[in-house]
Design a protein around this ligand. Structure first.
Ligand SMILES: [Zn+2]
Ligand SMILES: [Zn+2]
Length: 400
């Protein structure tokens, strides 16, 4: 299975390979592959079609990466899983706090503004790239005004420290020395240290509101932990084996969900997780950022919903025409090796046996649904091109 996926990656890396392999390409799709991506205005936020489900997934933001694109209505990557009275937030990309508030208001238009975030039970970070965490401070600080952690502390779980700096991208024949590290005394902090850094940066605001409004200390309203990795036989080091073959492992559970994780292929980022939420209504898996990998297929086995990242390889190739300078080479290498093509997202979902595939973390942000639907060439389940604030019911509807 892994070899099949690896082969698929090779095909995705080569436009010529795609065509040579005879992967079904219709006339319109071929035009897209050869001439560039279909650029269309993104659809407006869809109506809530999942209001009468106990368990519901809401795509808060569906944009991958930190850039801005004309014509896009996507905010940064973030998803909310609501299970009964609890809400779980997965990643905090640009705009996540406001989108979370919008999703919670949609389910409860009469909510008191100071209590809106009371349902938020836990936050999970797949990895610490800025497009997944940049609105975390907003969730904390503005959430403080909106009931965050007031019933019980919000649990925050994410990657621990990387432990060593990643390698410097090298072009063959042109060796490049390592640049100076940023904060060399602690150059690869994990989730706990990142959170502490946010509190320190905003100490003026914290002290003001604690003294002037008599609010509880924000630091007591969250409990943050770095996810501990299990012993993994195939693991050597973050630079040698960033994605060792492994079994999923449980990271957290409460009365509504059991959350398990695995390491995915987003090197040089380490650790980089995918998460699976098992609920009474079904299982929902979030791929995080990854190239196709066996660990993810294993985690997503028979899932009800797989939310998978996706990148348009043709767009990448058009963006970086040869000859390329070294910086363009480096970014192109990352985009193609650490992310999943539209076609491969379909293959991964098919191999996992996931019943619904939701495409999110879309790169470029202004990619149209027509192009995203090409994942269905390799996938026989239900395919949903993701859009911001789309809601998907999971399991059975609530009794009327
Ligand atoms: Zn990302
Ligand atoms: Zn990333």
């Amino acid at each position: 299975m892994c070899q099949e996926v690896a082969h698929a990656v090779q095909l995705a890396l080569s436009r010529r390979g795609l065509l040579k392999a005879g992967i079904g390409v219709g006339a319109a799709a071929a035009a897209v592959l050869l001439g560039g991506p279909a650029v269309v205005q993104a659809a407006p936020a869809p109506a809530d079609t999942a209001a009468d489900f106990d368990t519901r997934l809401t795509l808060l933001g569906t944009a991958g990466g930190p850039a801005w694109f004309p014509g896009s209505t996507r905010r940064g990557i973030a998803s909310a899983l609501q299970v009964g009275e609890h809400t779980y937030l997965i990643d905090c990309g640009d705009g996540a706090a406001g989108q979370l508030a919008a999703a919670l208001l949609r389910g409860n238009g009469q909510a008191h503004p100071f209590r809106l975030l009371e349902p938020l039970r836990a936050i999970f970070f797949t990895h610490l790239h800025s497009d997944h965490v940049v609105d975390y401070n907003n969730v904390l600080l503005q959430g403080w005004t909106a009931g965050l952690g007031r019933i019980r502390p919000v649990q925050v779980l994410g990657p621990g420290p990387r432990g060593e700096l990643p390698p410097v991208f090298q072009v063959p024949g042109r060796p490049r020395a390592a640049p100076a590290a940023v904060f060399p005394e602690s150059p690869t902090p994990g989730t706990v240290q990142m959170t502490d850094g946010i509190f320190r940066a905003f100490a003026t605001d914290l002290n003001d509101r604690i003294r002037d409004y008599l609010w509880p200390d924000l630091r007591t309203l969250v409990q943050v932990q770095d996810i501990r990795l299990p012993d993994i036989a195939a693991f050597r080091s973050p630079n040698q084996t960033p994605t060792p073959d492994m079994e999923p492992f449980e990271v957290w559970a409460d009365e509504r969900v059991r959350v398990s994780a695995t390491l995915v292929a987003h090197a040089p980022v380490f650790p980089s997780f995918a998460f699976r939420f098992d609920t009474a209504d079904g299982a929902v898996v979030f791929s995080g950022d990854t190239g196709p990998c066996r660990n993810l297929v294993r985690l997503a086995r028979d899932a009800d919903v797989l939310v998978h990242e996706v990148i348009d390889v043709a767009w990448v190739e058009q963006l970086f025409p040869a000859p390329r300078d070294e910086a363009a080479d480096a970014l192109m290498h990352h985009l193609l090796s650490a992310h999943t093509s539209i076609e491969d997202a379909g293959r991964v979902a098919e191999q996992a046996g996931a019943r619904t595939l939701v495409l999110s973390h879309v790169i470029p942000h202004n990619l149209g649904d027509q192009r995203l639907r090409e994942a269905a060439r390799h996938y026989s389940g239900r395919l949903i091109p993701g859009h911001d604030l789309a809601a998907i019911g999971i399991g059975r509807r609530r009794a009327a």
